[in-house]
Design a protein around this ligand. Sequence first.
Ligand code: HEM
Length: 552
Amino acid sequence: MIVLNRVDIAVTALSLVLLFSLYFFSRRSTHKNLRGPPAPSYLLGLEYELQTKTFEEGFVRWSKEYGTAYRLQGCLGETMLVVSDPLAIHRILHESLQDYPAAADVRRLFEMIFGKGVISVKGEDHKRHRRVLGPAFSINHMRQFLPLFQRHVNHLSEKWDTVLQGKTQTIDIILWLHKLALDIVGESAFNYHFDALNNKPNELTTALYAFEKLAGEHTPTMTLIQAILRHIPDSIVSWKTKHFPFHGDKVVKRFLEVSNEKAREFLKKAGLDLDLDSNEAKDETGMERDILSILARANRAEDPRKRLSEEEMLSQMSTIIQAGHHTTGYTISWILYQLAAHPEDQAKVYEEIRQARERNSGDFTSSDYDSMNHLNLVIKETFRLHPPVPKLEREASKNDILLLDFPVVCRDGTTIDAVPVRKGQRIKVDITSYNRLESVWGEDADSWNPKRFEPISTHPNGKEQTQVGLFANVLTFSGGPKGCLGWRFALMELQAMTVGLVERYEFSTVTDVEIEAGSIGSQTAVMVVPSVKGKHMEGPKLPLKVTARAAV
Ligand code: HEM
């Protein structure tokens, strides 16, 4: 057996660093003339620092300083391009999606977490997945979920009533709302009862919570390892994960295994098992309210050559559970926070609910929600200011040129309105900064102002906005053929949650507790969450004062 001494190990490590540096040098970008923030070190670039900064301190500030396209130095001298320019984003997400797939390491991570679901695949496979998934997310099916949303909101209210005992109490609302969102998505996706609000232990919740605990562990070494892994071929990383899994690999795998097992059990029980040709007679199960049943039927109706395989079908469930609960859980938290911080908006929303109650004393319909003007302005403004997914990681698959709506000034003082992109270039589509561009949203873009979404005849910069986002032209749900599949689901769920909770409770901020946007996750997959100012590294927290209202 070969025994390596310390010198051997040091020489090997140094050689690897040199080899990677040479590799990165050969891939250095064409963006030398673009401006960007200085990096504190060659080894880590700005990547480690980014994980300790809030988005406000990093990306939002830099986009103000350097414009809608700038360079960002990653580990070992890698140059990344950050864009928040509407025209450039339009090209990346809408016009040329096939030339700007998700970066390879992101797809690899997504495949580990979600399996071979819609979020992990690209090209023709992605189109095939979207075709089968489309019907399950149609507006008509979404409306069928409304009673389910309302039932779970009522359940949360029962819990809060017990906590409040008729008094005003400070509640850290975030964990409650996270559990509410999880209960909703489990039952909607495949009639799975997480029973999170009841704190009921079950296999899938245990696997999910173990997975969630992984997020937020950052060290310089981990940052460097992750950066190096980005450039190692998939086959080698898969081999390593299979034969020498890290603790995190095992935890992630466990969640996917349990989710697949539960989805398979459910389909079997519903008579929709994935042995596609043998279940023609088992059509009427009466359970088509969940996404998986609708999906199974849509898949059967597809041309057999284009159907999703069993593995692909089951992977959609882990995808929907993960994509559909953190996002809505954090967004409803921000909505309630903004209503607490802006009592005049809360009063308007409450008044709309009160008036709607006079017309409808039973369960509200989706038309009732759509007719509440101020409620919908508040939701749109929250989407704009608080996107839970702050950026998308893309990679150019060929050389291209990104035209800019808003020219940027270069290091040599020249102004450019087009940025060349070479094959392999990593691009960060900066959702948060696009949503805050003064040139798009007006001078008060950093401030809360729901009225900006009232219909107007002219736009703040005097010209029509370039179409980028799926909803209200904010980029929160992304845009184009890979944009969020669940945006209608999320919108209706958030309407039901906001109305259900504001009708019963009054929310106000806690004196001396300031809230800011922190983040959890890694550079590859990060989420922005409410946290206590100065303590964002401690994770999501949102204490609010909650008072039960007298019945309307
Ligand atoms: C406020 C709530 C939500 C936000 C902000 C949000 C945001 C996003 C974003 C930014 C993406 C990435 C798109 C891209 O890569 O270009 C995405 C993808 C996705 N979301 Fe959502 N999402 C939300 C809720 C939901 C819900 C409730 C569901 C399901 C019930 C869902 C299902 C999906 C799926 C399946 C994808 C993958 C789409 C694809 O790759 O083609 N999302 N979402």
